[in-house]
Write a protein that binds this ligand. Structure first.
Ligand SMILES: CC(C)(COP(=O)(O)OP(=O)(O)OC[C@H]1O[C@@H](n2cnc3c(N)ncnc32)[C@H](O)[C@@H]1OP(=O)(O)O)[C@@H](O)C(=O)NCCC(=O)NCCS
Length: 177
């Protein structure tokens, strides 16, 4: 099971993360920290180039192992606008999507377009009948993206908050093939 390394999503293109983009990934995360740190535990003031390199290295290993498929999101003029990925961690038959948008590119419908494109690709993979998005119940922007992309709530999970903006409730949404 392996999705394509490049996916077109309207005016965006999703490309498998490359190590040479680590400095740009660092810049994107740094300038987006006020938004990212609320819901992404790894997004802290301490985030540095080693972390960006580590993320891309793990992404490429995860891709090779068939466990996760992470893409950088670029605009049509090659600006890095965020990241999105498919993860197998919820078990067979389902892929989970995770994402973040670089703040200057937020609110343009980019992540909704990227989620729609990646979901379409996920359903072409063998045995994939469901795609999931998990978000904290306080994460209204992520809820809006998932809802606009057609993901409906199928359950809730209770866990310790992992990031400053989180409650203890994770909403599980899915889209069926
Ligand atoms: C969630 C996130 C990826 C959305 O990215 P984006 O590129 O702005 O998404 P889109 O432009 O496609 O859509 C954003 C939607 O959220 C809505 N939205 C944004 N902030 C909101 C808020 N505080 N309350 C309610 N809705 C909000 C927007 O209005 C828009 O919906 P609309 O088109 O119906 O108006 C971005 O906010 C982000 O990176 N957040 C931090 C990281 C994160 O939470 N990742 C997901 C973890 S589950």
């Amino acid at each position: 099971m392996e999705p394509p390394e490049m996916i077109n999503a309207g005016e965006l293109v999703l490309k498998r993360w490359e190590l040479e983009w680590a400095p740009e990934a660092l810049a994107a995360v740094k300038e987006s920290l006020p938004e990212l740190r609320e819901f992404l535990p790894w997004a802290t003031e301490a985030y540095n180039l080693d972390d960006a390199v580590d993320f891309i290295t793990r992404s490429r290993e995860g891709w090779a192992d068939g466990e996760e498929f992470n893409y950088a999101i670029f605009t049509s003029v090659g600006e890095l606008a965020g990241s999105i990925g498919l993860m197998t961690r919820r078990g067979p038959g389902v892929l989970e999507i995770g994402y973040w948008t670089r703040t200057p590119y937020a609110g343009r419908g980019y992540m909704t377009a990227a989620v729609n494109a990646l979901t379409r690709v996920a359903f072409t993979l063998p045995g994939i009948a469901r795609v999931a998005i998990l978000h904290d119940e306080l994460n209204k922007a992520s809820a809006a993206v998932a809802a606009k992309a057609g993901f409906t709530e199928v359950g809730r999970e209770i866990r310790e908050p992992q990031a400053p903006g989180e409650s203890a409730t994770t909403i599980v949404r899915e889209r069926q093939h």
